[in-house]
Design a protein around this ligand. Structure first.
Ligand code: NAD
Ligand code: ZN
Length: 364
């Protein structure tokens, strides 16, 4: 494939379409791809972890029109204080309804900047430039944005589609291996829920063994899968929840492990959550144990964890699952597999089976 490639995310019953420009080096063409001339003002909100990328971008964009604000990235940035700071930055720069905000960074930064843009003047144009693998295949696409509040993740947020999304795999050159691995879990998830051949490909070797050109193709395919899920169900009323595969237990592992000395990344927790969900899929009579074995072997071959890094109390994990905002009336709902490459959402699973799944992934 010749890059940049463009995938268009088109919502049903709307004339809105968000192009996703993907490819190595695509960042240098942002001004032309996004036709930045048409905006009254352009500002950049950037993640300090991606500072070199932001400086390069700021130089290419007409400086008389652009301003940049760089804040420390990571989960901590999704705060009400930063939201206020961004709104202040927008008013200081006299942004109006025809202005554009470009958010460059990890998923946390693009969630924050996207929410600030979605709420300023009831919503102005936004372009995320995700600079972690997780953000490129997941957080940057789909229009969900938000901040954490009162200790609850993503409690305040919005769904608003960006006017475009720019994904340049070359921005990942300095990304720590552990962050690369975290994003790769979502890629493996895309194969498991939507495309058996893709699952075989992305689990044929370790996540760290892919070259940049190969990674560009992988990111491209993952974006197609995420786009299809969003187009079919933009407000997550049903089928989009297939993307939650591995996340019911994954989110619980993520939050519980953060209270221990071995916190997991989001992707590591999701990988372990996927192992549990494959096991549950067998117990619910949806896939065979041969299929389960292929899934778990693939997850391991991709270099992802299949067991918890330390012992976590099952009761604590179950409590975290029922507190999750995706659970309905305290009952956790699972996305399960009906095949390698096909998922079913909203499955209620008996507590005994959930407990068995937890003991399966417990550190021995
Ligand atoms: N909106 C959605 O649909 C959606 C989906 C999935 C996840 N998310 C959110 O995404 C966030 C996680 O995103 P993440 O995994 O990208 O983590 P992150 O945003 O926390 O970033 C991880 C670290 O990488 C640094 N970083 C960013 N770009 C870099 C680069 N190019 N090189 C080196 N370091 C870089 C950041 O400064 C940060 O320290 C969570 O807040 C999650 O809720 C949102
Ligand atoms: Zn995820």
């Amino acid at each position: 494939l010749v890059y940049p490639q463009t995938i268009v995310l088109k919502l049903p019953a709307s004339d809105q379409a968000s192009p996703i420009w993907i490819g190595r080096g695509a960042l240098s063409s942002l001004a032309e791809l996004a036709d930045l001339q048409k905006y009254s003002k352009v500002v950049i909100v950037g993640d300090s972890g991606a500072e070199a990328i932001i400086s390069a971008l700021a130089e290419r964009i007409d400086c008389s029109k652009s301003r940049k604000l760089i804040i420390p990235g990571g989960e901590i940035c999704k705060s009400i204080e930063n939201l206020t700071e961004l709104w202040g930055f927008f008013t200081d720069n006299k942004l109006d309804r025809k202005s554009l905000v470009i958010g460059v960074g990890g998923g946390a930064l693009t969630d924050l900047a996207g929410f600030a843009a979605a709420t300023y003047m009831r919503g102005i144009a936004f372009i995320p430039v995700p600079s972690t693998l997780l953000a490129q295949v997941d957080a940057g696409i789909g229009g969900k944005s938000g901040i954490n509040f009162g200790g609850v993740k993503n409690l305040i947020g919005a769904i608003a589609q960006p006017v475009g999304i720019l994904i340049d795999v070359d921005t990942l050159n300095e990304l720590p291996a552990r962050d690369l691995r975290s994003g790769f879990a979502e890629i493996v998830k895309h194969g498991l829920i939507a495309d058996q051949e893709y699952f075989k490909t992305v689990t044929s070797r370790a996540y760290s063994d892919w070259g940049r050109d190969e990674l560009a193709e992988i990111v491209h395919r993952s974006c197609e899968i995420k786009v299809a899920a969003v187009e079919n169900d933009p407000y997550e009323l049903g089928s989009r929840r297939a993307l939650n595969f591995g996340h019911t237990l994954g989110h619980a592992i993520e939050s519980c492990s953060h209270r221990t000395t071995s916190p997991t990344t989001h992707g590591e927790a999701v990988a372990i959550g996927m192992v549990a969900a494959c096991f549950i899929s067998v117990r619910m009579g949806l896939i065979s144990s041969v299929q389960e074995k292929l899934c778990v072997e693939g997850i391991a071959r991709a270099g992802l964890p299949t067991k918890l890094p330390c012992y976590l109390e099952p009761v604590e994990l179950i409590e975290a699952m029922t507190l999750d905002k995706k659970s309905v009336s305290g009952v956790s709902r699972w996305t399960l597999l009906t095949d390698i490459g096909a998922a079913v959402v909203d499955q209620e699973v008996p507590a005994t089976i959930v407990l068995d799944a937890i003991s399966l992934v417990q550190a021995k």
